[in-house]
Design a protein around this ligand. Structure first.
Ligand code: NAD
Length: 476
């Protein structure tokens, strides 16, 4: 039995809690029970974290690639050793099936090992100049990074937020979601245990708007890396503009899936149904709007609904669970609102559309079709276990629907036609496009969106470069 750990912040190498600070109750979404009380930062805590980060940056910017690689590799090894414990805590906090939490550990291990290699490849260049002159272009760590991560990948999001700045030689103040603090602290502890000086990475929690206003008002912070909703991202980007801080914004999406009539429908269902209901649909790259060509529409819709209704919903810690609860009570409320609105506007519900059980925040895997484009759910990210399936005829109309929304994070397309694959790859406005595949990421591949889905990349060489600034040095 995994014990849920004592909660605290990590500031200046110290576990900080108590002292009359406000607290936040962390709840298990499968049961509604309180797991622990999380201390929330006051202004003095945040000032202390800022001063520590200033010191941490001076230490870490001068670290050698060997030191950075040793920390990243060591933390990867420790995460692997602690995989089961980390995964169980993540499932207790967020609800997803244990198998999905274990995969988050593997994602972090892959990313940290990739970055451990990447630290040796942070090359600059020298320019051609006459004898006696030298011009060099170098990349330097940007400075202190504020990193705000959400609850949907309790281990994976903190891994991304910590890995890139540490590889680049920055210091980080992380505020991960208050709903999933122990998972984030577990990842941070692996870095400490692998030798990361504690000044280099700290963890604070608090009232999100208070923390972000305080940290982003400080000139000590030079960059914000944020993952969350577009509305909050826009608000934070404005705060950053006041001080010209750099930003990486990984925001919402509304993943279109274009399905043409030359595909094997059963094979697509084998991939897309588990993809849709992974983490109860609370994934920014979740496939959401299924844009399906006439000839395969009926078979796809019927097959999707049949498979969705067979998904085993339950506590993520229980054997055989295929989909857990939603992560917090806001999400089933949002499902009720969005599905209710779609039905009222004429959409057909094929399965789901209800809460499940009396405890926790469960919502049934749902399928809607013939949804009018003015339904809220066709315009607002549902972030839940619902597939939206509509019928189309021409490739042109399908691409137009894929690009209709201001979002552009992940898009998927299924077709055997090679020329069409090339047209889709070019025409779809999206940071990531999966053609005949849902594998749209990897440690070595940039992850990020366009339009309202944000800017900048995480992962890949781009993820480290996003934590660096360019300097040109000209010597005569
Ligand atoms: P939310 O927008 O209130 O919060 C999203 C995240 O941002 C949370 O981690 C929260 O702590 C943080 N946040 C909120 N206000 C903040 C502020 N002023 N300063 C700093 N951080 C702040 O919404 P929510 O109810 O937690 O989630 C709902 C929506 O958020 C979803 O519908 C989805 O669009 C989006 N979301 C996106 C991702 C993603 O991976 N891109 C992850 C989680 C949530």
């Amino acid at each position: 039995m995994t014990q849920y750990p004592q909660l605290h912040m990590m500031i200046d190498g110290e576990k900080v809690s108590g002292g009359g600070r406000r607290t936040f109750a962390v709840v298990n979404p499968a049961t509604g029970e309180t797991l622990g009380e999380l201390p929330l930062a006051d202004a003095a805590d945040l000032d202390r974290a800022l001063e520590t980060a200033r010191r941490g940056f001076r230490i870490w910017r001068d670290s050698t690639p060997h030191q950075r690689a040793a920390v990243l590799q060591g933390a990867a090894r420790l995460m692997m050793e602690r995989q089961e414990e980390l995964a169980r805590v993540a499932t207790m906090e967020e609800g997803k099936p244990l198998a999905e939490s274990r995969i988050e550990v593997l994602m972090n291990v892959g990313l940290f090992n990739f970055y451990a290699g990447e630290v040796f490849r942070l090359y600059g260049r020298s320019l051609v100049r006459p004898t006696g002159m030298r011009s060099t272009i170098v990349h330097e760590p940007v400075g202190v990074v504020a990193a705000f991560s959400p609850w949907n990948f309790p281990l994976g999001n903190p891994g991304r937020k910590l890995g890139a700045p540490i590889a680049a030689g920055c210091a980080v103040i992380m505020k991960s979601a208050e709903e999933t603090p122990a998972s984030a602290l577990g990842v941070l502890q692996c870095l400490y245990d692998a030798g990361l000086p504690r000044e280099v990475a700290q963890a604070v929690f608090g009232v999100p708007d208070e923390v972000s206003r305080h940290l982003l008002a400080s000139p000590i912070v030079r960059k914000l890396s944020f993952t969350g909703s577009t509305v909050v991202g826009k608000h934070l980007a404005k705060l950053c503009a006041e001080d010209m801080k750099r930003t990486t914004m990984e925001l919402g999406g509304h993943g279109p899936v274009l399905l043409f009539d030359d595909v094997d429908v059963d094979r697509v269902l084998d991939t897309m149904v588990p993809g849709k209901y992974r983490n109860a649909g609370q994934v920014c790259v979740s496939p959401t709007r299924f844009i399906v060509q006439d000839a395969v529409f009926e078979k796809f819709r019927a097959g999707f609904a049949e498979r969705a209704s067979a998904i085993k919903v339950g506590n993520g810690l229980a054997d055989g669970t295929q989909m857990g609860p939603m992560a917090n009570p806001r999400r089933p409320d949002a499902m009720e609102r969005l599905i209710g609105d779609a039905k009222a506007k004429g959409a057909t519900l094929h399965t789901g559309g209800t809460r499940v059980g009396n405890a926790g925040f469960f919502y049934a895997p749902s399928v809607l079709s013939e949804i009018p484009l003015d339904a809220q759910i066709m315009n607002e990210e549902p972030f839940g276990p619902v597939a939206l399936i509509n019928r189309y005829t021409s490739e042109e109309a399908m691409i137009e629907e894929a690009n209709r929304l201001p979002y552009g994070l992940a898009a998927y397309a299924w077709t055997q036609d090679g020329k069409r694959q090339q047209r889709l790859a070019r025409e779809i406005e999206s940071g990531m496009v999966g053609i005949n595949s849902t594998m749209i990421g990897g440690a070595d591949s940039p992850f990020g969106g366009v339009k309202w889905s944000g800017h900048g990349s995480e992962d890949g060489p781009e993820g480290v470069l996003a934590c660096m600034v360019t300097k040109a040095v000209h010597e005569g």
